[in-house]
Design a binder for this molecule. Structure first.
Ligand SMILES: [Mg+2]
Length: 431
């Protein structure tokens, strides 16, 4: 019988603050990092990987939390874990002592996410399938059974969710064939980090167009006059046919957000992302109503599906941006995808950082194959940084993500990276 033999957690950090890659109005100098989990098994060819993305300081705290959760799986049989991952998800998220540290939010909840994503990485690797395919091959009732409906069923109940999935079921194979042929549209955030100068912004916008991207995104929120000026540069570089989104990274108060968006709407905004505090569900609804028809997008800092439910109930987001490592992994993410579909809201995942593109693409492809009302409206964030550190880097060509084919959840770092970027003992940090 194959069992989990050990859980190893590594504090990985990359010195991205040196080049201002990733800089925005809230996060001026991130060092992209990952609290990286490896679940070793008694089969030497089978290791489950998961991680939580952070931006530097505090990654050691996140790593300690991942270790505290992951240690509970050591010694367990793989068959038991993989046959009913909902049971282990329930056990970890409802642990009454750990739950005090949330509930369902923050460092502990994200730690559960790293563990659950590692469990699903094991399941997909054992099946020899990429995670998106493992999920897409589940029957509607099996997908519904992944979700903890306790706090969600007043908005969407399991029977309605199953009915929705069964309606889409007949299209699944043709959708997968289309995704295999055409991929999924990527949008480009690399053009508009706040720390980049005007020439670099102009050059990168034109480059994105040449590379086939149909949407680009700029960081805003530090200074409205500057935002206006930079959006002017971007709009003239990309012309009127390319979509332009902006991301305020939570910087505005509700009244500031309304005023800024009403002013910047002249640049024809595809969406406005994280206008204010991510927990302010009512504030998002107020903003969305005031700036209609400009779509409001949020989700990368949304702590759990219960918050997503409220946001959707109140009309606070017209786009839901799930993140692979913000919530408790696969089960929470499937819940959020179903809630969004029920609300008629598109899921346009958050990615970038390090490893986030590799991990979240599986949920984007699962959504496009099995859940979304209209896959042609979907897109997925792409940032062209640090992919060389991942074991199975994303393939983005012609402005589109290509369907992943390697088994697993995309959560494994390259072994050499895991060694040299370990903080502070890795060779890179010792130099
Ligand atoms: Mg963002």
């Amino acid at each position: 019988m194959v069992s989990i033999t050990s859980a190893t957690v590594t504090d990985l950090r990359f010195p991205t603050s040196q080049t201002l890659d990733g800089s925005d109005a809230m996060n001026p100098d991130p060092d992209y990092s990952a609290a990286y989990l490896g679940l070793s098994t008694s089969n030497p060819d089978l290791t489950g990987c998961g991680f939580v993305f952070t931006i530097g300081r505090g990654n050691d705290i996140q790593a300690a939390a991942v270790a505290a959760v992951a240690d509970r799986l050591v010694g367990r049989g793989l068959d038991e874990l993989l046959e009913d991952p909902s049971a282990i998800n329930r056990e970890l998220t409802w642990d009454s002592q750990l739950r005090w540290l949330g509930p369902d939010k923050g460092v502990m909840h994200m730690a559960v996410g790293a563990v659950m994503n590692a469990v699903w990485d094991l399941r997909s690797k054992r099946e020899g399938l990429p995670l998106w395919a493992t999920l897409a091959h589940l029957e509607p009732a099996e997908v519904v059974a992944l979700v903890d409906w306790t706090y969600l069923s007043d908005f969407l109940d399991p029977a309605q969710a199953r009915e929705m999935l069964e309606e889409r079921r007949s299209e699944r194979d043709s959708r997968i064939a289309a995704l295999r042929r055409d991929g999924l549209a990527a949008y480009n955030t690399s053009v508009g980090w706040l720390g980049y100068d005007d020439d670099k912004l102009d050059r990168l916008c034109r480059q994105a167009l040449d590379d086939g991207f149909s949407t680009v995104k700029l960081k805003v929120g530090a200074d409205l006059a500057e935002d206006h000026r930079r959006l002017g540069i971007a709009r003239s570089a990309i012309g009127s046919d390319t979509a332009l989104a902006i991301d305020a990274n939570q910087r505005w108060s509700v009244p500031e957000a309304i005023a800024a968006i009403q002013h910047l709407a002249q640049f024809d905004l595809r969406w406005v992302e994280e206008p204010t505090h991510p927990d302010d569900v009512v504030g998002h609804a107020t903003i969305a109503k005031a700036v209609h028809p400009v779509p409001i997008a949020t989700g990368e800092h949304l702590a759990n599906p219960t918050l997503a439910k409220q946001l959707l109930q109140l009309g606070g987001a017209q786009i839901l941006q799930i993140d692979a490592t913000r919530v408790a992994g696969v089960h929470d993410l499937v819940a959020m995808i179903l809630l969004a579909a029920h609300a008629g809201v598109d899921v346009i995942p958050h990615a970038g950082g390090v490893g986030l593109c590799e991990a979240v693409q599986h949920f984007a492809f699962f959504n496009a194959a099995s859940v979304a009302a209209d896959p042609s409206r979907l897109t997925l964030e792409y940032v062209d940084h640090l992919h060389e550190h991942m074991s199975c880097p994303v393939e983005v060509t012609g402005g589109r993500y290509r369907l992943p084919t390697q088994p697993g959840a995309g959560t494994a770092f390259h072994p050499a990276t895991a060694e040299s970027f370990a903080y502070p003992e890795g060779a890179h940090w010792q130099e």
